[in-house]
Every structure is written in C-alpha cells, then in structure tokens.
Design a protein around this ligand. Sequence first.
Ligand SMILES: O=C1O[C@H](COP(=O)(O)O)[C@@H](O)[C@H](O)[C@H]1O
Length: 234
Amino acid sequence: MKLTVEKRFNDRALLAEQLATKVAGQLQEAIDARGKASLVVSGGRTPLAFFHALSRQPITWSKVLVTLADERWVDVDDAASNAALVRDNLLQGRAASARFVGLKTPHATVEAGLALATDWLGALPKPLDVVILGMGNDGHTASLFPDCPNLKHGLETRDTLIAAHPASQPLARISMSLATLLNSRQIYLHLEGKDKAETLAKALADTDVTAMPIRAIVGQKQTPVDVYLYQEEA
Ligand SMILES: O=C1O[C@H](COP(=O)(O)O)[C@@H](O)[C@H](O)[C@H]1O
C-alpha cells in the first residue's frame, strides 16, 4: 500500500495552507528540474479553500500546466463546470499566469470529444507532477463511479480519458482513467467531514475496487498517496 501520509486537521484553513505549501513546493521543484510542471485538480466543494491558498503561493506559475481529473459535459460557463470553478478560484492572483488545459471540447457528446481532449492533455509533462483527488461518499474518485457501466474500462484501459455516464448522476462526464491518474509522481486525497472519514475507513477495509473505485488509488503500490482530511472536532 502506498498510502504514505494521513494528516488530520480540525482547521480547514490550516489544512488548505499546509497542502498548498506542499503542492507549491513540489511544482517549483518540478519546474527547477524539468522546466515545467503539471497539476491535476478536482472539482466539488472540498477544494475551494485550498485553491485560494494555492493561488497565493509564490512559484513560477507561468511554467505550470493545470488540468482536471474530471469534468461534467457542460459549457465552461455553466455553474456545474469544473473549469469555471478552477478559473474563478485557482487561476487568480499569482496563479493567473498558469496555463489551463480543459477537458470539455466543443463536441456534442463526451465520446465525440475524447480524441481532442486527449490531444490537449498531450501538452502536459508526464509523469504528472501532482494530482489532487476528492472522493464521494459512494467511493467514487475523479468520475470513476461505482455505477458507471464502463467502470471496468476506466480501471483497466491505457487510454488517457474515458466517457462516464454514472447512473446516479444527471450529467455525462469525462474522466481521467486510473492509468492516467497513477502515472504521476504524487497523489493527494483531499477530504472533508465525518462522512468522508468513514467512507475512507470503509474503503481501506476491503479490496473490491468496483464497489469503491477509490480503492484503486488508496490500495495501489505505484504512486505515493497522501491523505489530507479536515474534520470538525466533535
Ligand atoms: O462529483 C465529484 O465529486 C467529488 C467530491 O466532491 P465534493 O463536493 O464532495 O468535494 C470530486 O472529487 C469530483 O471531482 C467530482 O466530479
């Protein structure tokens, strides 16, 4: 198991600052060593304070390529767009000079857009330098949902991206495959709340990845995974 660090916080702002400092240090190291850095972030409510803290970090942002672990198949100005979330909360201040590579193409369907989005991701240095993942209480991560009809494909393919149509979700999604997420130097799993802490404990207690796809991240040996968990004191 590569779950290397589990850091628990009862202060959301402190978690955001510490995670931002760690990630910024790794991005700058990558820039110093290889001239550019790649950062993969997730959507949802959890990363907001972290995005704000990261955007204030004094690194060479013009050398950072930022992309998404997953995206809903909506226009970039839609309230459900992860690109909009990142644009409005991360690519601000110092981080405004980072280059953003989105996953939503102009195509009508995810399937039709996969090839172009995959081409776009070709611009990112690999292995990816830093990947920040969230998790749902159903055990999904990125858009690898337990109720995706093609989940097995997402877990096994060498393709960069997959189309995801989770039965539980109203919108089609595009997601990095497991192979893409694991082709990285460092993964952070960023979680908030008692429910997520319980879901993580359940994930760590068994190995069936189709029941809880997050197990394919926390149970693997290829890439280090550090968990940052914020939970209010009882
Ligand atoms: O649907 C999604 O949810 C997870 C977690 O979201 P949160 O609101 O509980 O933080 C997120 O990591 C993923 O990117 C997103 O597609």
